[in-house]
Write a protein that binds this ligand. Structure first.
Ligand SMILES: Cc1cc2nc3c(=O)[nH]c(=O)nc-3n(C[C@H](O)[C@H](O)[C@H](O)COP(=O)(O)O)c2cc1C
Length: 390
């Protein structure tokens, strides 16, 4: 793992370990993957304008969220089905998050149970709930997260129905994975992964156990989300969850400022600007492009977090400069765990932390509080317009 000096190298490590169809599930996005790509490109479009002579001998990357300390301004985003790529991957992510003093979010479609994570990972834990049609099951999961001491409930609101991920349809992906004529060649080429999956009990998703088939329905071109999630979920239903959950409530998956007031009226404690890493709606706006509008609409009432496309410490820096209180790491740490388990996540967080520190020093901002829009260069297109106006 020490040879991996960037998140892209961790992605390559994951790619070389996994059969193509499995790697594609984690790596891919919806339809033409426009949003998936644009989430990353949006960070590259933002250029920095560093300050100098500012004494950056000591850098402090520690943050606070909900009055509690974080070693980095990063939390681990919920990602489902991790155990199919690395057995025990959810625990590895949670334990590495604890090492760095950052929150870990357990997904509804995780391959570990709420209690297993609470037992094995000593850090700050958030539970992400998808709005299941089976409300008794949803309420039971939320109650279990409360009993297990989870600090926050994250409600994901950006997939009333599932996205159309064409790589998965092409690869005939299903959970649990089945051998077929389409994938047998891929599995044979990755014998270590394949033997582990074949010879030992296959991983499963404890929180979804027993629900409608987890197999992608090719006829309807929808995955598990379309069959089990509730498209009728609305603000009234969000209010009911607010009443049920006594601790911090985070809404994940907004990009349109018009949604902000109504959601905050429910009594939400933080928002995550997110488009699900480009996995649901394609051609939706890149999250970094959506961030300033959401920050303005929120107007300091609650912390605003962001995810989507974060692959560098400088991306974290840019998100903070545009008003985010912190970021969620999705594929960056996911590639880490898929490439090398606990050590891979450790490496991913070390890379992001090292790059953030370096960016802070090179931009003359020794603390997170020093990072603001004054270190951002004006976009070239705007500059052109202003020059023309002069
Ligand atoms: C393989 C995979 C599984 C995901 N599973 C979930 C999930 O179960 N719940 C959820 O709210 N978001 C899920 N997400 C979205 C992430 O939480 C996050 O929004 C996204 O990965 C951020 O984009 P990035 O990967 O480009 O950083 C998933 C993302 C990926 C890549």
């Amino acid at each position: 793992m020490n040879d991996c000096y960037s998140i892209e190298r961790l992605r390559e490590a994951a790619r070389s370990r996994l059969p193509r169809g499995v790697f594609d599930f984690y790596d891919g996005g919806a339809e033409d993957e426009v949003t998936l790509t644009d989430n990353c490109d949006a960070f590259q479009r933002v250029r920095l304008s560093p300050r100098v002579l500012r004494n950056v001998a000591h850098v402090d990357m520690s943050a606070q969220l909900f009055g509690l300390p974080m070693g980095l301004p990063i939390a681990i985003a919920p990602t489902g089905a991790v155990g199919f790529g690395w057995r025990g991957g959810d625990v590895a992510l949670a334990q590495a998050a604890a090492k760095y003093g950052i929150p870990y979010t357990l997904s509804t479609s995780a391959t570990a149970s709420i209690e297993e994570i609470a037992d094995k990972a000593p850090g700050r834990l958030w539970f992400q709930a998808y709005i299941l049609q089976d409300k008794a099951r949803l309420n039971a999961l939320i109650d279990r997260a409360e009993a297990a001491g989870y600090e926050a409930l994250v409600i994901t609101v950006d997939l009333p129905v599932g996205g159309k991920r064409e790589r998965d349809l092409l690869n005939g992906l299903s959970f649990p994975m089945k051998l077929g004529y389409k994938n047998i060649g891929q599995f044979v080429r990755k014998p270590f992964w394949s033997l582990d999956m074949l010879l030992r009990k296959p991983p499963f998703m404890p929180s979804l156990q027993g629900l409608a088939s987890l197999q992608t329905d090719k006829t309807k071109m929808q995955g598990v989300a379309g069959m089990n999630y509730d498209p009728a979920f609305d603000l009234t239903a969000l209010r009911a969850l607010r009443d049920r959950w006594p601790r911090k409530l985070i809404v994940k998956g907004i990009v349109n400022p018009l949604d902000v007031d109504a959601i905050l009226d429910v009594g939400v404690d933080a928002l995550v600007v997110s488009n699900h890493g480009g996995r649901q709606l394609d051609t939706g706006v890149a999250t970094l492009d959506a961030l300033p509008g959401i920050v303005r609409a929120v107007n300091n009432r609650v912390p605003v977090l962001i995810d989507g496309g974060i692959r560098r410490g400088s991306d974290v820096f840019k998100a903070l400069a545009l008003g985010a209180s912190g970021v969620l790491s999705g594929r960056a740490t996911l590639f880490g765990v898929l490439g090398g388990g606990y050590h891979g996540v450790d490496r991913a967080l070390a890379i992001l932390g090292d790059e953030l520190r370096r960016t802070m020093q090179l931009c003359g901002t020794p603390t997170l509080a020093d990072i603001d829009s004054s270190v951002l260069a004006q976009p070239t297109s705007n500059r052109g317009k202003e020059e023309a106006a002069i």
